[in-house]
Design a protein around this ligand. Structure first.
Ligand SMILES: [Zn+2]
Length: 59
C-alpha cells in the first residue's frame, strides 16, 4: 500500500487541475486557484467505519 494519495478535486475551489508540488512530499498545487495544499495520512480509525445499526443510540 502506497503512502501516496492523489486528490481528485481541489478542496478549496473544486477544480480538477491538480499537479504534484515539488516543494513538499504529498503536496499538490491547484492551477485554478493557485493554492498549494498537502495531504497527510493520519492513520487508520481504531473502530473503522461502522453504521449504527446495532441499536446503540448516540448522545
Ligand atoms: Zn483550487
Amino acid at each position: 500500500m502506497s503512502e501516496r494519495a492523489a486528490p481528485f478535486y481541489c478542496p478549496y475551489c473544486g477544480d480538477e487541475d491538480l499537479r504534484p508540488s515539488a516543494e513538499a512530499h504529498g503536496a499538490w498545487e491547484c492551477a485554478a486557484c493557485s493554492r498549494a495544499f498537502q495531504l497527510k495520512f493520519l492513520g487508520l480509525l481504531s473502530q473503522g467505519l461502522k453504521r449504527s445499526d446495532s441499536g446503540g443510540a448516540e448522545i
